[in-house]
Structure formats: structure tokens, C-alpha cells
Design a protein around this ligand. Structure first.
Ligand SMILES: Cc1ncc(COP(=O)(O)O)c(C=O)c1O
Length: 500
């Protein structure tokens, strides 16, 4: 066991980590300076480098406060009014509040807010809707689907039989990120009718596979697909073969809540989502469904899959659902998409090919090969990390390289839009990415970029000092606002960000 004494404080210095005795964690965690130091270091990292991982965001202080609350102490197996332990009168109210807010936010019949994560939400939904061995039609992993959509590495593929649909072949559309030329996937004509842009969901294939494979469930949703996913054609195809339809909204949940994407909650039989990506809540999952499926879904979550719910996280989900219902959040969701389009256009100008011809959501998927045939996603991610630009390598459709190496990069705008960045900053970020990758062998360019990134981030702190002047420059302890008041901290003020 490593005690604190065993820990050499110079370790932190070796990694460029400063111990901040005035930071909030030094106070809260005075009994554990080792952990305090690591939390301060992460605060520094998040504040001084660009967070462009599409599945991340900066929560409000209110969400942090609820996540760090005493509700972590309470065991509450079961559901409000039907618990297996005593003393649950308060957490019953908390969970009921979260449930009602989720139902209101998405206009659903029923919500289960207990899934610990998006993967758990999907597993529970499958368990509620399927028998072992049943066939599920979901998106190919190498075309953007998620591990829980039937990866050989996931338990999902061991219990159920997954068949995969993909995207249409790439076309040279000269995509500019605007989405122009991309026929909306809405309406019936979209079932096979959006050929003008390549690398979009192939609804002909979805329909053909549905006919030949007769799945019990069709899953929409992805982890690396830059276009809007319209639930309507999926519903129609599911109905045509008598299948159930599940929409995995892990990524776009916040865009849906903010009105920037169509809402699948009433079209799908079940909608699963994560609360920590574009929705900007705590790390967790949730499930919405029709009322006739409510009992099955609830039983599948508990006792089917999980034990005691994380009521502190459920309280934070309640906070996030309330925040996501505000006009500020709607402005934020639209700004996230505008920023992604701007970033995509600027990256195309740098010579990167945009997978799917552009973006309709919070993410941009680029093919690095047009920029430099020798550059892999792995190398690009690593060099950009050194330059303070955090993103992830990603396979692109029909990627000739392995998933560990890849030919693509995935970038997201949800977090830095929260911090207040707008279109001007997106153009600057694309320029920094292009310059860094073009000069990746030149340490001087990489370290210059890192300084410029730090300078940019200084103008957009994710947790600016609280107005009340509470000590701690990272300020997570000092919020008086409970839901993230409006007004970005940054210079452009153009984001509609709802952070205080
Ligand atoms: C489409 C999709 N579904 C499910 C998940 C799983 O979410 P979690 O990481 O919270 O388990 C993700 C996460 O990236 C996702 O992108």
C-alpha cells in the first residue's frame, strides 16, 4: 500500500503539476493531499488545454456539488416508494424529481434515471426488450456504432445476435461542413434517398437487412457519426418488419433537449442516453420509454443489472435536466452545432477531408489522409496532446488502418462551447491543429502551439473564479448560482453558453 509519505511531491512537479495550497481541493481534501494534488492537477489540465473530446463537457458547479454530496452515503435499492432499506424518504424525493424532470425535458411517458452509465442503459434496455439469442440490427462499429451495439468484445454480442448496417460509400462532395448538399434524413424519401452526400446512414441497407434478418430490435445511434440521425425512417423500417425501435442518444441528448436535433423520445419504443456528453450533466445514463414498457425497463435496471443506485449522481442528473430545460441551454445546443460547422469548414480549408461531408451535430470526423497520407490518427492524437489539444483518434468508414492506429480524428465542440468559445475560436483551433500536424517533427512549433493554446484557454476558463470571491482560483466550491447563470466568461460572448 502506498501511503502519502511514500509519495514524492516532486512526482507532480516532474509532470509539470503545481500543488495549489489555495485550491479548493486542498481545503476539502486536507486529509489526503495526494488525491488533492491530483485533482488540482486535473483542474489545471482541463483549464489550460483544449478539451475537444466529443463525449466530454464541463458541468456546472451545481452538478459538481450534487455529485459530491452526502447522498453518496445512502443505500436505496429499489425505486421511490418501493425500497429495500429504510431511511429513503429524502432520496425518494430526489429520484422522483430527477425522473419527472427527465420526462418533462424529453416529453416521454416514463424515465429510469438509475443506469450508472450509457453502457448500462443499453444493456438494461436490451434485457427488457429481448430474449437471449434474439436478432438486433445496429450500426457497424467501424462506421460509427458503439461497443454496446454488438462488438465482439462486448457482452452484448455474446447474449444477442447482432447484424450491422453501415453508411453509404464516400463521395467527393467537397464538403464544407455546412451541411449544404446533405439531404435531410427526414421524411420517408430519406429511406435510401440521400445519396448526394456519401458516408451517411444507408437506409436502403437498413431496410434490406430488416427484411432479410427480421430483427426483434433496430437500434439507431452512434458514437462517431457527424450527421443528424433522424428517427423517422428507423421507425418506419421497424414498423414494416414488426421490430421494436431503440434510439441510443448518448451523444446528441443535449442537442435534442436544446431543440437542435429532432426528439426521438416519442417515436422510439425506448430511448437511452448518457447524461455527461452534450447534456452536460454528471457521468451517467438514463432510459426513457412508453408507459407499457416501464415495468420491464425498471426491472431490467434493478434488480436485473445493477444494485444500489447512485443517488448523489441522480441528484446531479436532476440538476442537469433542469439546466437543460432553460432558454440558455437551447442557445448553447445551437451554438455547439454552429461551432462544429465552423470548425469543420476551417479544418477542410486546412486540407482535411470531412467524413460524411460535414457535420450537423457536435462532432467533426476528419480523414487525415488528404492532409498527409503518412499521418495516422494515433500520431496525430499524440502530437496534438503535446500541443495541449485533447482529442481522440478514430476509425473512419472502411478504414484501412487498425482501430488502434486509425486514419481519422474525432473532435467535439460541446466542452469548449460551454467555456464560451465561439466561431472565431473554432477557426483559430483549426489553424493550430493544421500547423501543429504539418510541423509535427518540429518540437519548437509544438511547444509554441502549447503556449498559444494556454493563452486561448486563459480567456475561456471552464470554472472562472466565482463572483462571490470565494477563494480558490478553480472556483468549483464557490458557486452561488445553482443552475449555471448565463453569460460566457470568454471574450466573444457569442456562444450562448450558460456557465457562470
Ligand atoms: C452511442 C453510445 N452509446 C453508449 C455509450 C456508453 O456510454 P458510457 O461510456 O457512459 O457507458 C456511448 C459512449 O461513448 C456511446 O457513444
Amino acid at each position: 500500500m502506498i501511503s502519502d509519505r511514500d509519495h514524492d511531491p516532486r512526482d507532480a512537479h516532474d509532470r509539470g503539476v503545481r500543488r495549489r495550497d489555495d485550491g479548493p481541493f486542498a481545503h476539502w481534501l486536507d486529509s489526503d493531499p495526494h488525491v488533492a494534488r491530483l485533482l488540482d492537477a486535473e483542474m489545471d489540465r482541463e483549464s489550460s488545454t483544449l478539451q475537444l473530446i466529443a463525449s466530454e463537457n464541463f458541468t456546472s458547479r451545481a452538478v459538481l456539488a450534487a455529485t459530491g454530496s452526502i447522498l453518496t452515503n445512502k443505500y436505496a435499492e429499489g425505486y421511490p416508494g418501493r425500497r429495500y432499506y429504510g431511511g429513503n424518504e429524502i432520496v425518494d424525493e430526489v429520484e422522483e424529481l430527477a425522473r419527472q424532470r427527465a420526462v418533462a425535458l424529453f416529453g416521454a411517458d416514463h424515465a429510469n434515471v438509475q443506469p450508472h452509465a450509457g453502457a448500462n442503459a443499453n444493456l438494461a434496455a436490451y434485457q427488457a426488450l429481448l430474449e437471449p439469442g434474439d436478432t438486433v440490427l445496429a450500426m457497424r462499429l467501424d462506421h460509427g456504432g458503439h461497443l454496446t451495439h454488438g462488438s465482439p468484445a462486448s457482452i452484448t454480442s455474446k447474449i444477442w445476435r447482432f447484424v450491422a448496417y453501415g453508411v453509404t460509400p464516400a463521395r467527393d462532395t467537397g464538403g464544407d461542413g455546412s451541411g449544404h448538399g446533405h439531404e435531410s434524413v427526414g421524411g420517408h424519401e430519406s429511406v435510401g434517398g440521400h445519396e448526394s452526400v456519401g458516408e451517411v446512414i444507408d437506409f436502403d441497407q437498413v431496410a434490406d437487412l430488416a427484411n432479410s434478418e427480421r430483427p426483434k430490435l433496430i437500434v439507431a445511434g452512434s458514437t462517431a457519426y457527424a450527421r443528424q440521425i433522424d428517427p423517422q425512417p428507423f421507425r418506419e423500417i421497424a414498423d414494416s418488419v414488426g421490430a421494436l425501435f431503440m434510439f441510443d442518444a448518448a451523444h446528441p441528448a443535449g442537442l435534442i433537449a436544446g431543440g437542435a436535433h429532432p426528439n426521438p423520445a416519442r417515436l422510439a419504443d425506448v430511448m437511452t442516453f448518457t447524461t455527461h456528453k452534450t447534456l452536460r450533466g454528471p457521468r451517467g445514463g438514463a432510459i426513457l420509454c412508453r408507459s407499457d414498457l416501464a415495468k420491464k425497463i425498471d426491472s431490467a435496471v434493478f434488480p436485473g443489472l445493477q444494485g444500489g443506485p447512485l443517488e448523489h449522481v441522480i441528484a446531479a442528473k436532476a440538476v442537469a435536466f433542469a439546466e437543460a430545460a432553460t432558454p440558455d441551454f437551447a442557445a448553447y445546443a445551437h451554438q455547439v452545432v454552429d461551432n462544429a460547422r465552423k470548425l469543420a469548414t476551417a479544418l477542410a480549408n486546412e486540407g482535411f477531408r470531412l467524413v460524411s461531408g460535414g457535420t450537423d451535430n457536435h462532432m467533426v470526423l476528419v480523414d487525415l489522409r488528404t492532409f498527409d497520407a503518412d499521418l495516422t490518427g494515433k500520431e496525430a492524437q499524440e502530437v496534438l496532446d503535446q500541443a495541449g489539444i485533447t482529442c481522440n483518434r478514430n476509425t473512419i468508414p472502411d478504414d484501412p488502418r487498425s482501430p488502434f492506429v486509425t486514419s481519422g480524428l474525432r473532435l467535439g465542440t460541446a466542452a469548449e462551447t460551454t467555456a464560451g468559445m465561439g466561431p472565431d475560436e473554432m477557426v483559430l483551433i483549426a489553424t493550430l491543429i493544421g500547423r501543429t500536424l504539418r510541423n509535427r517533427a518540429d518540437d519548437g512549433v509544438v511547444s509554441t502551439t502549447r503556449k498559444e493554446v494556454a493563452e486561448l484557454c486563459r480567456s475561456f476558463p471552464p470554472y472562472p473564479p466565482a463572483a462571490s470571491g470565494v477563494s480558490g482560483s478553480s472556483g468549483v466550491s464557490g458557486s452561488s448560482g445553482s443552475s449555471g447563470s448565463s453569460g460566457s466568461s470568454g471574450s466573444s460572448g457569442s456562444s450562448g453558453s450558460s456557465r457562470s
